[in-house]
Design a protein around this ligand. Structure first.
Ligand code: MLT
Length: 240
């Protein structure tokens, strides 16, 4: 049977051998939600950077640049890290360069995987269907917050594990921990996460609409995939 594992923090990623696996990078609040939303709304491709300066330099190459540190927009960037920026095809056909505190770092750390895909609650079931269709072991890589574990990414991981029961077997205890979180939260995700550290942090910036959007499952039926340096949609999922 195929195997599934969960890395709960980037600080633990060195413990995992994922070169033959599909790695699902998740940063529910908000990096990977933004990526799914942007591509679902017609952004052509996304390049993820861990460094601010490298991301900023992409403006000279025709990219829209989006950046966040500590949850707040980088001052001279075009966009911050709100998924709502991309709704209504606002950046249709554009190319985006993105840097965030945790999410883009996790993507960078995953680049030696067999394949990297992007997960968030907004595409939870699409990710599950995709993984079920692949003949590969899986690692779900939670971006967390500055090396620490967070609830919302763990919850997403647990949702994937729960929905793939019977197709995959778990290897260590992290998938079980994640599934326990998901089982407790699934009927009221927003209520369950109201005291999560990053929800409280973002609430301090008065962006309740972002949180609501990010914590609403299955808005989109797409799975971004890393091809070379770019996150894209596979042909059959293309919006334009
Ligand atoms: C991150 O990558 O750390 C997050 O997306 C932070 C945020 O909510 O903007």
């Amino acid at each position: 049977m195929k195997k599934i594992d969960v890395c709960l923090s980037p600080e633990l990623i060195h413990l995992y051998d994922f070169k033959d696996r599909v790695v699902v990078v998740v940063d529910v609040l908000r990096a990977t939600t933004c990526m799914v939303t942007a591509l679902a709304n017609g952004v052509r491709k996304i390049r993820a950077y861990k460094d601010l300066d490298a991301c900023r330099s992409m403006r000279n190459h025709g990219y829209i640049i989006a950046g966040e540190r500590g949850g707040q927009k980088v001052e001279d960037f075009d966009l911050g890290n709100s998924p709502l920026s991309y709704l209504d095809d606002a950046y249709l056909g554009e190319q985006l360069a993105v840097t965030t505190t945790n999410g883009t770092l996790a993507i960078d750390k995953s680049k030696h995987a067999h394949e990297v895909i992007i997960g968030a609650l907004v595409n939870l079931d699409a990710v599950v269907d995709y993984l079920r269709s692949q003949d590969r072991d899986v690692l779900i890589f939670c971006a967390g917050w500055k090396g620490k574990v967070n609830l919302e990414d763990t919850l997403f991981a647990g949702g994937v594990v729960a929905k793939l029961q019977g197709d995959f077997e778990s290897e260590c205890d992290a998938p079980q921990i994640a599934q326990m979180v998901y089982d407790r939260a699934k009927d009221d995700i927003i209520g369950y996460l109201k005291n999560a550290s990053h929800v409280k942090r973002l609430n301090g910036f008065d962006i309740g609409d972002d949180i609501q959007f990010c914590l609403t499952p299955n808005t989109y039926d797409i799975v971004p995939v890393l091809q070379g340096q770019d996150l894209v949609l596979k042909q059959q999922q293309l919006h334009i």
